[in-house]
Design a protein around this ligand. Structure first.
Ligand SMILES: [Fe+2]
Length: 241
C-alpha cells in the first residue's frame, strides 16, 4: 500500500536549500495531518448518520464536527504565524510553493466559514435540507484537504526540516496545544492518537503537557472510547495508548 503522503505525478517539491536536516517537522506534521484526514473523511457520513428530525443526534454530531473545525483552523493559524513567514524568508526559492500553500489555507478558511452557519442551523433543526447541504460542504472540504494535507508534507516540509530548528518546529505544534483548553485536549487526544500508528502515538504523546497526559490516562481514554462508540455505533474502537 502506498503511503498517503506520496507525491503525485506532475507535482514537484520546493527546491531544497543546502545544509543538513535540523528538525523533525515532517514527522510531526504527518501525525496531525493523519487526524484531519480521518476526521474530514468521516465528517459527511457522520452528518448523514443523523436521521431527519433527530435533533439530539444532530446537536451531538454537530458539536464534535465544530470541534474538528476549531482544531483545523488553529492548526493553520499556527503555520501561518510560525512556519510560512520563516520558510519564505529563509528559503526564498520556495516562495511559489509557500504562496500555493497559503492559498490552500485560504480555501480551507473560506469553506470553514461557509460551513459554520449551516452546521449551527442543522444542530437546531436536524432538517433534511440543512443536513444534505452540510454533508456536501464537508465532502467538498475533505477534497481540498486531501490535496493540501498531502502536498504540505511532500512539497514543503522537507524544506522546513532544513531551515527551522527543532525548537521552532515544536512551537508550531505547541501553538495548537496552547490555544485549546486543557479539558478539551483531554477529551480529544484519544481521537488524534487513534489515527496514528503506535510509534507515532508515543511521539505525539510527548508533545502533550504532563497534566493533560495524566488526565488522559485517568479519564480521557475512557471518554475517547465512549465518544467513538457514540459516533460510530457497532464499529470496533481503534486502540490508543
Ligand atoms: Fe499542516
Amino acid at each position: 500500500m502506498t503511503d498517503f503522503f506520496t507525491m503525485q505525478p506532475g507535482e514537484t517539491a520546493a527546491p531544497l536549500p543546502p545544509g543538513p536536516v535540523l528538525c523533525t517537522g515532517t514527522a510531526a506534521m504527518r501525525r496531525i495531518h493523519r487526524f484531519f484526514l480521518w476526521a474530514y473523511g468521516e465528517a459527511p457520513g457522520l452528518v448523514r448518520s443523523a436521521a431527519p428530525g433527530d435533533t439530539a443526534r444532530a446537536s451531538y454530531v454537530g458539536e464534535v464536527l465544530g470541534n474538528f473545525d476549531k482544531v483545523l483552523h488553529i492548526h493553520h493559524e499556527g503555520e501561518d504565524l510560525l512556519m510560512y513567514p520563516q520558510l519564505k524568508e529563509r528559503a526564498p526559492a520556495c516562495a511559489l510553493h509557500v504562496g500555493q500553500m497559503l492559498e490552500q489555507h485560504r480555501q480551507v478558511t473560506q469553506r470553514l466559514q461557509a460551513i459554520e452557519p449551516v452546521r449551527l442551523r442543522w444542530m437546531q433543526t436536524a432538517d433534511e435540507e440543512s443536513g444534505a447541504e452540510l454533508a456536501a460542504r464537508y465532502e467538498d472540504l475533505s477534497g481540498v484537504l486531501n490535496v493540501h494535507l498531502r502536498r504540505e508534507v511532500t512539497e514543503m516540509m522537507p524544506v522546513a526540516d532544513r531551515v527551522m530548528t527543532e525548537k521552532e518546529a515544536a512551537a508550531v505544534g505547541q501553538h495548537g496545544i496552547q490555544e485549546l483548553d486543557k479539558k478539551f485536549l483531554v477529551g480529544y487526544l484519544g481521537m488524534v492518537l487513534a489515527t496514528n500508528p503506535r510509534e507515532d502515538q508515543v511521539e505525539l504523546f510527548k508533545e502533550i503537557p504532563a497534566p493533560v497526559r495524566l488526565a488522559y490516562k485517568l479519564v480521557g481514554r475512557r471518554m475517547y472510547r465512549k465518544q467513538y462508540a457514540a459516533l460510530f455505533p457497532g464499529r470496533p474502537i481503534p486502540p490508543t495508548l
